[in-house]
Design a protein around this ligand. Structure first.
Ligand SMILES: NC(=O)c1ccc[n+]([C@@H]2O[C@H](COP(=O)([O-])OP(=O)(O)OC[C@H]3O[C@@H](n4cnc5c(N)ncnc54)[C@H](OP(=O)(O)O)[C@@H]3O)[C@@H](O)[C@H]2O)c1
Length: 272
């Protein structure tokens, strides 16, 4: 039996979920959770070997269909390639988890434009285009669930990761706006805003040594984040901030005057 349904097939039996960034961390946790809920999967990321191993494992464990599509989401045509792949595989996407992402830890003018542009493509353009491409079908069928990975960082800017916090604010805002439009048609959109979460994120960012000094209560595991995010979208909650500590940070940061948020952001050393 599972968290959302009273029937053994799972709340999402017969549905198909597309998960970007399924080769690690929170995306992999979503794949495990959705497979356990009975959903078939289309797993997307660059590391095809990891996707294939996960797809194979989940097919055997849950008797679902799991397909993979390896793509670099920083390529402008990535979203349309994913749509074409889903069509070729005869997959009807009912659940979309826009999860792939990363944060650079270099300053604005120290960065190459290609690196900044990759952040925008992966976490803004691809997120928006995949919603745009898959939500008409969801609306027509009267069922859709979309989870977009924002972050606790969406609630305030920080200097060291200048694009990341702005990008995640966009994801937080646009998710709510699209939810307002689509909810009457049975399509729920949730911005999932985790704080520090155990995954490969801080290794990729190069901030593992710094972040590992943070106290345990500030951290969640990826499975918990995925479980809370899925519960939120199933319940039709447009914003999900996992955990009491993160909820307090999100709430209080909104109470601070703009000037104070600026000063705190400037002093900030890392993001999640
Ligand atoms: N961990 C945290 O503390 C934290 C907190 C708040 C929000 N988040 C957000 O949660 C999401 C998932 O992060 P995570 O913590 O699970 O990080 P992670 O363990 O590093 O996983 C990131 C995933 O994104 C994929 N990805 C990155 N760049 C890609 C690209 N150009 N094309 C295709 N796929 C790409 C990676 O796959 P490949 O490398 O195989 O392509 C990987 O599967 C991100 O959007 C992140 O911003 C994380």
């Amino acid at each position: 039996m599972n968290a959302f349904s009273s029937h053994p097939g799972g709340a999402l039996a017969g549905r198909t979920a597309l998960i970007t960034g399924a080769s690690a961390g929170i995306g992999e946790a979503f794949a495990r959770l959705l497979a356990a809920e009975g959903a078939s999967l289309l797993l997307v990321a660059r590391r095809e070997d990891r996707l294939l191993a996960l797809a194979n494992e989940l097919e055997q464990a849950h008797g679902i269909r799991a397909e993979v599509f390896a793509v670099d989401l920083s390529r402008p045509e990535a979203a349309s390639d994913i749509v074409a792949a889903a069509t070729r595989m005869h997959l009807t996407i009912d659940v979309l988890v826009n999860n792939a992402g990363f944060a650079a830890a270099t300053g604005f003018l120290n960065s190459e434009w290609s690196a900044l542009n990759a952040e925008i493509q992966v976490m803004m353009t691809a997120v928006t285009e995949l919603m745009f491409r898959f939500s008409p079908g969801m609306k027509a069928r009267g069922f859709g669930r979309i989870i977009n990975l924002a972050s606790l960082a969406a609630f305030a800017p920080t200097a060291p990761s200048m694009l990341y916090t702005g990008i995640k604010s966009y994801v937080l805002n646009v998710s709510q706006a699209v939810d307002m439009e689509l909810k009457p048609f049975g399509v729920h959109v949730t911005a999932l805003c985790p704080g520090f979460t155990w995954s490969e994120f801080h290794d990729v960012q190069g901030t593992r040594a710094l972040t590992s000094k943070l106290p345990g209560f500030m951290w969640h595991d990826a499975a918990t984040v995925a479980r809370l995010g899925l519960a939120a979208v199933m319940a039709g909650r447009p914003v999900c901030v996992p955990g009491a500590f993160n909820k307090t940070v999100a709430f209080t940061s909104r109470l601070f005057p703009e000037r104070l948020r600026y000063v705190m952001g400037k002093a900030g050393k890392m993001v999640e």
